[in-house]
Write a protein that binds this ligand. Structure first.
Ligand SMILES: Cc1cc2nc3c(=O)[nH]c(=O)nc-3n(C[C@H](O)[C@H](O)[C@H](O)COP(=O)(O)O)c2cc1C
Ligand code: SF4
Ligand code: SF4
Length: 261
């Protein structure tokens, strides 16, 4: 029973979900969405089960995940599901967006089930992380939820995503503006004198949007606004305007940072 899990993550929450599920599902392969997003054309996985794991951005999908879903053909996959992670709310409309894209896409086949998992919010442009005790509680609950979702996936439960009765104002009004400017939004990022030229920001960017020039990060304007570079810079040297200077940083404790060679 082969399972492929496609995942996108900035700060490790969605990766922790993907890894937690993969440990519990036999013959499971993890594939980063960004690694297949580069090749143009249809993506037709050969597996008994396919899952898509990603964060919620403004009650919608990250741009790279929406683009990936547009090319994903699940017609020959017996069971498909998605798990979206979020800080508070907006998961249901984002799941519905994914369902809509997949049913209109090349496979004309949507999801069998959609799930959400609450995780610590990572949008450091608007807020800092909760305190350590709260993070611990959220992550403990998330672990139990991952266990539960793995069981439901094993049973091939049917739980098709639906739009909330009153729709989603955030997806309707804010998400389109976010998507329109997302790739260029790194123009507001800057680096201060605390930068040690360690190169970690380059390594953690899931879409290779950063290179070092004379030891300092330069952003290449195909950003996904995942927050990984800001959140994972060890001396907190990356800012987006004035507000981020005062805020603490967050990443999931299981996230392995690939240190530069
Ligand atoms: C650009 C952006 C927009 C976000 N919008 C939402 C949102 O609408 N609702 C929500 O609950 N969390 C929102 N979040 C928080 C993330 O969905 C959440 O922290 C997620 O688990 C991060 O996953 P990751 O660590 O895999 O990147 C947003 C985060 C970012 C970076
Ligand atoms: S992670 Fe931070 S300290 Fe390291 S190179 Fe990037 S900006 Fe500089
Ligand atoms: S540049 Fe930073 S915010 Fe943009 S995609 Fe890369 S890591 Fe994420």
């Amino acid at each position: 029973m082969k399972t492929i899990l496609y995942y996108f993550t900035g700060t490790g929450n969605s990766l922790a979900v993907a890894e937690g599920l993969c440990r519990r599902l036999p013959d499971c392969e993890l594939v980063p969405v960004a690694s297949v997003a580069r090749d143009p054309g249809r993506i037709a996985p050969e597996a008994d089960r396919v899952g898509i794991i990603a964060p919620v951005y403004f009650s919608g999908l990250p741009a790279v995940v929406a683009d990936f879903a547009l090319r994903l053909d699940l017609a020959r996959v017996p069971y498909s599901f998605a798990v979206l992670t979020m800080g508070g709310s907006g998961g249901t409309p984002a799941l519905h967006q994914l369902e809509r894209i997949l049913t209109q896409g090349p496979g004309k086949r949507g999801l069998d089930a959609g799930f959400t998992v609450k995780m610590p919010g990572n949008y450091v442009l608007m807020y800092g992380p909760p305190n350590d005790a709260t993070i611990g509680k959220i992550l403990g609950k998330a672990d139990r939820r991952i266990e539960e979702i793995a069981g439901l996936v094993e049973q091939r439960v049917q739980k098709r995503p639906r739009m909330p009765v009153f729709g989603s104002l955030v997806q309707h009004l804010i998400y389109p503006k976010f998507i329109m400017g997302v790739h260029d939004a790194d123009r507001k990022f800057s680096v201060d004198d605390r930068c040690t030229s360690c190169g970690i920001c380059v390594k953690v960017c899931p879409v290779e949007n950063i290179r070092l020039e004379e030891g300092r990060p330069v952003w290449l304007h195909h950003c996904e606004q995942c927050m990984a570079c800001i959140q994972l810079c060890p001396p907190l040297a990356i800012q987006a305007g004035k507000k981020t200077e005062e805020r603490q940083r967050y990443h999931h404790p299981n996230l392995r940072i690939k240190r530069p060679e």
